[in-house]
Design a protein around this ligand. Structure first.
Ligand code: GAR
Length: 219
């Protein structure tokens, strides 16, 4: 019999394209994790429809039901996760800040995707800010979640060169494609137990030694 796959919940607030990439990767029975649940803090998140269409159980824990009480919201969320025996949490466009209490409970088992090469461009509007800064390389990051927003040990990054004619929209599309590529990798490595953190830095067992350089622009 195949060994049990790690049960994963994906937390979303919106369209859920990263969620869909994780669901697609985990549809392969050889993938070491199973997407057991999708939770949204917004009842109208488009990703909920997408998850249900893929046959994944969905839940709404609406933060508005808890007013300003963040911990009460998180306790309700945590109860749902325990009910489904969730082992790993993936934040995929989940737009709520999490308290140290919740982050502590899921320490080492919760990952997030961010549309920038962290630690540059934490927060919102990352593509507009990368363009305004004139950087030549932008990209996406998957990292372990710590209480400080968009921080935490970096698991994997994908770089996207910025061209002279790029707009926020063209850049966003290319970065999103990279997010969809790197997020399943990070989940795979976490589920396989290949990630260790030493002095705030991730080590990935079995990763090949790096070589070469990415130069942008090319003329
Ligand atoms: C993604 O680009 C994700 O990196 C970003 O929101 C988008 C969600 O898209 N997350 C953050 O900015 C969190 N700091 P999706 O719902 O289609 O996956």
């Amino acid at each position: 019999m195949a060994s049990a796959r790690a049960k994963v919940a994906i937390l979303i607030s919106g369209r859920g394209s990263n969620m869909a990439a994780l669901i697609e990767a985990a549809a392969d029975p050889a993938f070491p994790a199973e997407i057991a649940l999708v939770v949204s803090n917004r009842p109208d998140a488009a990703g909920l429809v997408r998850a249900a269409a893929a046959g994944i159980p969905t839940k709404v824990v609406d933060h508005k039901d808890f007013g300003k009480d963040r911990e009460a919201f998180e306790r309700a969320l945590d109860t749902v996760l325990q009910e489904h025996s969730i082992a790993i949490l993936c934040l995929a466009g989940f737009m709520r800040l999490l308290t140290p209490w919740f982050v502590g409970r899921w320490e080492g088992r919760m990952i997030n995707v961010h549309p920038a090469l962290l630690p540059s461009f934490k927060g919102l509007d990352t593509h507009a800010r990368a363009l305004a800064a004139g950087v030549r390389l932008h990209g996406a990051t998957v990292h372990l979640v710590v209480p400080e927003m968009d921080s935490g040990p970096i698991i994997v990054q994908g770089a996207v060169p910025i061209g002279d004619d790029d707009t926020e929209a063209t850049l966003a599309a290319r970065v999103l494609a990279v997010e969809h590529r790197i997020y399943p990798l990070a989940l795979r490595w976490l589920a396989e137990g290949r990630i260790t953190v030493e002095a705030g830095r991730c080590r990935i067992a079995g990763a090949a030694a790096p070589d070469g350089a990415i130069v942008a622009p090319t003329v």
